[in-house]
Ligand binder design. Structure first.
Ligand code: NAP
Length: 471
């Protein structure tokens, strides 16, 4: 890589931590500059790239996953290297990165879920949606989880797009799932699933739901699952009516779509998907083995809060519904990494518009930046990360122009490579990924699937070893 660089031009070495959309959009913007020139090393703790696109986007949304074609073009750039299976904080410390790179961009996403604080929430059979999503997508750290799919009824708390994804995956037929890149073990487990009823619970009303129109429309188009909506539950109260007048077109469309489902269920399909608004769980009831057995729910009414926000307020209407499986889907949450200032109230790194700051002084940590969910919190779709990453990279370039640059003592690609080889000899390069990608697709083709994913580090390393012995 460094041999391609004209050493007369100013060039800077950037470490991007994380290989999801925000990391790639940051790389894309950096590589678009002809002066200064940037050399990029992207570090990923998992062996394979693309973060949330590979491990978060639902497997039946292959079209959304096709954004990886764009990321692959970026990754094949002569000034870009990928180091998979290298965890910052474990294999390589931030202090070591600062020895080799002018800039560090954190693109680590939001790696856990927001906690739902309820009695019984940690019982057997209660899972976060983030775990289930990572499991069915073949994430190496979640592949060994088990979900009791012998249960007939599952509850999902939350009315966002992740909750909708989980509901859809539970309601798809084995034939539909077999056309996706869902992990093989998840396909097998879901093919035997006995779940017949899925309930989605939103604490506020239909006009305040966080899903998007395309996603809620898709729920109504499943071949073997029908939506059940009670019309009295989706009639708008005066607060929501007033809000809807000023709402954006997506919110209006959400209301229209959900109201069109009301009273339409014909009980002709194998599975039923209940949308329940204005309902909150208050307690998870457990059996003598500590397993989820039922959920106590309270009916809410909407009240006006500060700054035009509409809140859910509990009434005294209580219901108890038997459930054997529960998914909490109330949003993702960022996690700290060692030596980077973390704002635990927001679940993001401490920053100003993407420049990492020291909380005590509010001064920037020269050379360190954030993009994506660890910068703005877990909101928006994949494309939202593009302007977000551009904003941060423009600040980084502005810092260079104004002399606010960290100068690493060892500033060459060769030295950085040596450091990685020493710290993690089992790193996965972009060329390795290209081989593994081909293998996944080849394995998929045999079974008429887009790909069959590698789902463990051992599998990945064994496949690479086998390639080397064939070569
Ligand atoms: P989200 O959009 O923030 O939705 C979270 C849901 O949880 C909301 O309905 C929220 O209700 C509810 N909630 C929060 N705290 C709660 C509590 N204590 N009790 C009950 N309910 C609670 O989060 P997400 O679904 O995890 O999605 C994350 C981001 O990824 C979103 O931007 C989403 O659009 C995006 N995404 C997009 C797609 C897609 O485009 N296909 C797919 C998946 C995810 P309130 O509104 O009342 O707080």
């Amino acid at each position: 890589m460094s041999s391609q660089i004209d050493n007369h031009l100013p060039h800077y070495r950037v470490a991007i931590i994380g290989s999801g959309p925000s990391g790639f959009y940051a790389a894309d913007k950096l590589l678009s500059y002809s002066t200064p020139l940037f050399e990029i090393d992207m570090f990923e703790k998992l062996p394979l790239p693309f973060g949330l696109v590979r491990y978060g986007v639902a497997p039946d949304h292959q079209k959304i996953k096709s954004v990886t074609k764009h990321f692959e073009r970026i990754a094949s750039h002569e000034r870009f290297r990928f180091f998979g299976n290298v965890e910052i904080g474990k294999h390589v410390r931030i202090a070591q990165l600062r020895q080799h790179y002018h800039h560090i961009i954190y693109a680590v996403g939001a790696q856990t879920d927001r906690h739902l604080n309820l009695p019984g929430i940690d019982s057997l059979g209660s899972h976060s949606a983030t775990e289930f999503v990572a499991w069915y997508n073949g994430h190496p750290d979640f592949r060994d989880l088990t979900f009791d799919l012998t249960q007939k009824r599952a509850a999902i708390v939350g009315m966002g797009n992740v909750a909708v994804d989980v509901a859809r995956i539970l309601c798809r037929t084995p034939e539909e799932l077999a056309q996706t890149d869902i992990a093989e073990y998840a396909l097998e487990a879901l093919a035997k699933s006995q779940v017949e009823e899925v309930y989605l619970f939103g604490r506020r009303g239909v006009a305040q739901a966080a899903f998007s129109p395309l996603e809620i429309k898709e729920l109504g188009q499943m071949p073997d699952a029908e939506i059940v909506v009670d019309s009295s539950n989706v009639q708008l109260d005066p607060l929501s009516q007033a809000m809807l007048k000023k709402a954006n077109k997506d919110t209006k469309r959400n209301v229209e779509i959900v109201q069109s489902y009301a009273g339409q269920a014909k009980n002709e399909k194998s599975k039923r998907l209940y949308l329940k608004f204005l309902t909150s769980p208050t307690e998870i009831l457990v059996d003598q083995n500590g397993r989820v057995e039922a959920i106590r729910l309270v009916k809410n009414k909407l009240i006006a809060g500060d700054k035009g926000r509409i809140w859910a307020n509990p009434t005294d209407e209580i219901d108890v519904i038997p459930f054997g499986l529960l998914f909490r889907s109330i949003g993702y949450q960022g996690v700290p990494i060692r030596d980077v200032p973390f704002d635990s109230s927001r679940g993001t790194f401490c920053h100003h518009n993407g420049r990492i700051i020291e909380p005590a002084t509010q001064q920037p940590k020269i050379g360190e930046y954030a993009v994506g969910w660890i910068k703005r919190g877990p909101t928006g779709v994949i494309g939202t990360n593009r302007p977000d990453a551009i904003e941060t990279v423009e600040l980084l370039v502005d810092d260079i122009q104004n002399g606010r640059v960290h100068h690493p003592p060892m500033g060459s690609a060769v030295e950085a490579l040596k450091m990685v080889q020493t710290q993690q000899p089992d790193f996965v390069s972009y060329e390795d990924w290209c081989y593994l990608d081909g293998e996944e697709q080849r394995r998929g083709k045999i079974k008429g699937r887009p790909r069959i994913k590698f789902t463990s580090r051992q599998e990945v390393l064994a496949a690479l070893k086998q390639r080397t012995s064939i070569d």
